[in-house]
Ligand binder design. Structure first.
Ligand code: HPA
Length: 280
C-alpha cells in the first residue's frame, strides 16, 4: 500500500522506459479486463513487462497481462497498457495511477481508458460498448482520491476542474466513429466502486438512483490523474454483464472475461477509427 510518490520516482520509471524504447508516444491506451487483445495489433512494438519497471503496480487479476506495448497504430505512436492494477489489489490510489503520471512524463497528451463494467441502465445488454460521458467518483467522495497528499505543482493544480473530464471533442469523434461502424454505441455515466465484491441489489438500486449507467472498479482514479496533468481523456466501458438489479442474477469474473472476448474486436475497430479520425 505504498503511497505519495515523488516526481523523482516517476522519473526513474520514465528513464527505464526511455532506455528500452526509442518511441515517444503521444497517445496512451489502458486496456481493461478481458480487453487486452488490442495490444496485439500494435506494429513494430517494444514490449516491456511491468515487473521490470521500477515502482510499477503489477496486476494480480486474471485477464490482465501486465506489460507495456509501445509502437505504432493507425499512424500514431502510442503506449498501450495491457492490464492495469486496481485499488482492491491493495495498492494506494496514487500507486494505481502511477502509470498515468509516467505516461504524462513520457509525453502522452491523450489517454483512452477502457474497462469492463456492469450495466446498470436496464436497456444495456452484455456485449454493448458504452462511451463514458461522465463519472460519479463514489470512492473519491469517500476520501480515496489519487490526488491526496502534497500537490506537485509542476504536475497539475491543487484543485483541478472536472467539468469536461471526458473530452467533449473526442467524445464527438467517438460518436461519429461508432455511427460509421454501425456499432450501436451506448453513452452513459460510469460509477467507480472500490470492489472487489460485486454489488448487492440494494447497492444497484442506489446506483441507479444517483444516475449510474455502468458500474466498475477502475478508470475514475486514472481519469482524474490524467485531467490533473492536462491530459485529454476518452473512456469506454465494455458492458460485460447486466448488474444484478432483480436480485436473482449472480455476477462472476468468468462472464466478465467471456464478454470481453466479444467486446474486444468492437472496441478495437472503434479505437482504430477514432485514431484515424484524429490523425494530424
Ligand atoms: N460490477 C462492478 N464491476 C464490474 C461489474 C459489475 O457488475 N462487471 C464488470 N466489472
Amino acid at each position: 500500500m505504498i503511497g505519495n510518490f515523488t516526481l523523482e520516482q516517476f522519473q526513474e520509471t520514465v528513464d527505464v522506459i526511455r532506455g528500452q524504447t526509442p518511441y515517444s508516444p503521444r497517445i496512451g491506451i489502458i486496456l481493461g479486463s478481458g480487453l487486452g487483445a488490442l495490444a496485439e495489433e500494435v506494429q513494430e512494438a517494444d514490449n516491456l513487462p511491468y515487473a521490470e519497471l521500477p515502482h510499477w503496480p503489477v496486476s494480480t487479476v486474471d485477464g490482465h497481462s501486465g506489460r507495456l506495448v509501445i509502437g505504432k497504430l493507425e499512424g500514431h505512436t502510442l503506449v498501450v497498457m495491457q492490464g492495469r492494477a486496481h485499488y482492491y489489489e491493495g495498492y494506494a490510489m496514487d500507486h494505481v495511477c502511477l502509470p498515468v503520471r509516467v505516461m504524462q512524463l513520457l509525453g502522452v497528451e491523450t489517454l483512452f481508458i477502457t474497462n469492463a463494467a456492469g450495466g446498470v441502465n436496464p436497456s444495456f445488454v452484455p456485449g454493448d460498448l458504452m462511451l463514458i460521458t461522465d463519472h460519479v467518483n463514489l470512492i473519491g467522495m469517500g476520501g480515496l482520491s489519487p490526488l491526496r497528499g502534497t500537490n506537485v505543482d509542476s504536475l497539475g493544480p491543487r484543485f483541478p476542474d472536472m467539468m469536461d473530464c471526458y473530452d467533449r471533442q473526442l467524445r464527438s469523434v467517438a460518436i461519429q466513429a461508432g455511427a460509421k461502424l454501425g456499432l450501436g454505441l451506448q453513452e452513459g455515466v460510469y460509477v467507480c466502486l472500490a470492489g472487489p465484491n460485486f454489488e448487492t441489489p440494494a447497492d444497484l438500486r442506489f446506483l441507479q438512483t444517483i444516475g449510474a449507467d455502468a458500474v466498475g472498479m477502475s478508470t475514475v482514479p486514472e481519469a482524474i490523474v490524467a485531467r490533473h496533468g492536462g491530459t485529454r481523456v476518452l473512456g469506454f466501458s465494455g458492458i460485460s454483464n447486466k448488474a444484478n438489479l432483480d436480485g436473482n442474477t449472480p455476477t462472476n469474473h468468468e462472464e466478465v472475461l467471456l464478454a470481453g472476448a466479444e467486446i474486444a474486436p468492437k472496441l478495437l475497430s472503434l479505437i482504430r477509427e477514432v485514431l484515424r479520425m484524429i490523425r494530424r
